[in-house]
Design a protein around this ligand. Structure first.
Ligand SMILES: *Cc1c(COP(=O)(O)O)cnc(C)c1O
Length: 419
């Protein structure tokens, strides 16, 4: 067989020459071309919420493809986009009244950063600095890498990255250091916005902090008129137990980024929500105050139809109860991990659990990640540890049996790869 021309994401082809071909999916499961079933323990990179191929989302995509496939979104609009925008404003934290569409989590964050800079430019104040948390991940474009933590992933691109103010991650019992650093940075008077992943830093290692800390960081930003940008790309749509993680802290950010789960994970779409103040700062008869951003596929009608169907599922199905049940099952499984001396730092927020190998370093390149991933796949479980951090983030339809299978596989595989 000739070598595939495909270059895969976050993949060292020298270590991983072979990709597993998948032909079908349904619920919490993937199926290979030869009929082997694999449990999707990471929701296909955190995007699948209800389950693969939710029938209402599949139908919405089919019906929309039959009516209007793509439309220039400047000068024109369409009902699926209007429905999604109305629906998002309805469910989002209060005060978020405008919706700008794009097509990935990274672009939703780029849009957020541009909105923040545009807001200050248009209000005539010299504020251009961005603050972000240590260990943050906000995407893989130049701008979002700049906001994210620096490391092996972006070392080669460092010369292109802009400087951001780095705020220490709020470690348990050391939150005051975070508050002090944030207060000091905000006090300089040049800060346009502070961006954070609410309650849990995903790619940074599933680092959890509490709602009171999120609320305090928001209060500090508000005190200094620093725009508070919540990157809910991963946390949005139920992952942390509530629709948005910001809700748990009763926080109304100035800007919220959503992507991954917005279409139930079926098809790419993203949105950046903002306040009247930010929209109004761009509202003018003067063209130079326009928000200059677009992607060709902004608000693609088929993607919007999928998102509208997702919002309808949230309205009409017991999604919150399902998430609660999944969180309970996850907690029961995690109790086994917490008692197991091979693991440490067992933690959970909502539907997500995470833990490390005892005594292992936490660097992404910790050798165990790849071998562990292979041992799990041998047992028909898809997980993708972040270095020594193992995490389980299944679709909400995953059953207790599914999860028992996942944790049994982890236990067996761990013995084979333990550092
Ligand atoms: C995944 C992720 C992104 C980037 O989203 P893409 O759709 O992969 O571009 C941004 N922020 C957070 C918190 C994420 O988890």
């Amino acid at each position: 067989m000739s070598r595939s021309p495909v270059w895969h994401p976050f993949t060292q082809h020298g270590l991983e020459p072979d990709m597993l071909p998948i032909a079908r999916s349904g619920g919490a499961w993937l199926e290979t071309i030869d009929g082997r079933r694999i449990l999707d323990g990471i929701s296909s990179w955190w995007v699948i919420t209800h389950g693969h191929r939710h029938p209402k989302i599949v139908r919405a995509i089919q019906e929309q493809a039959d009516k209007l496939d793509q439309l220039i979104f400047a000068g024109f609009t369409h009902e699926p986009a209007e429905a999604v925008a109305r629906g998002l404003v309805e469910i989002a934290p209060s005060g978020l009244t405008h919706v700008f569409f794009s097509d990935s989590g990274s672009t939703s964050v780029e849009v957020a950063l541009k909105m923040a800079l545009g807001y200050w430019k248009n209000t005539g104040k010299a504020r251009t600095r961005i603050l972000a948390l240590e260990h943050a991940y906000h995407g893989d474009t130049i701008g979002t890498m700049s906001a994210g933590a620096r490391g092996v992933f972006n070392a080669a691109y460092e010369p292109l990255l802009f400087d951001v103010g780095r705020i220490p991650f709020p470690e348990k019992s050391a939150e005051q250091q975070t508050f002090d650093a944030l207060e000091q940075a905000c006090g300089a008077g040049d800060v346009a916005g502070f961006i954070c992943e609410p309650l849990i830093l995903g790619a940074g290692g599933m680092l959890i902090y509490d709602a009171a800390t999120l609320a305090e960081m928001h209060r500090i930003c508000a005190r200094y008129d620093v725009l508070f940008i919540a990157d809910e790309v991963m946390t949005g749509f139920g992952r942390t137990g509530t629709l948005f993680a910001s809700e748990q802290a009763n926080v109304s950010p100035d800007i919220v980024c959503v992507a991954k789960g917005i279409t139930g994970g079926s098809i790419p779409l993203a949105a950046t929500l903002c306040t009247d103040a930010i929209f109004d700062a761009h509202l003018s008869k003067d063209r130079s105050r326009t928000f200059y951003h677009s992607s060709s596929y902004t608000a693609n009608p088929i993607a919007c139809a999928a998102a509208a169907a997702n919002l309808e599922i949230w309205r009409s199905e017991p999604v919150v109860a399902r998430i609660g049940a999944l969180a309970k099952t996850q907690a029961a499984c995690l109790r086994g991990i917490a008692k197991d001396p091979r693991f440490e730092n067992a933690r959970q927020i909502g539907t997500i659990t995470a833990f490390e190998f005892s005594g292992a370093g936490t660097g992404y390149l910790a050798d165990v990640a790849l071998s562990l991933r292979r041992k799990l796949l041998d047992r028909n479980v898809l997980l993708r540890p972040l270095g020594a951090t193992i995490y389980v983030m299944p679709p909400y339809c995953a059953t207790a049996d599914d999860l028992n299978g996942v944790y049994a596989a982890i236990s067996e595989a761990a013995d084979e790869v333990r550092p």
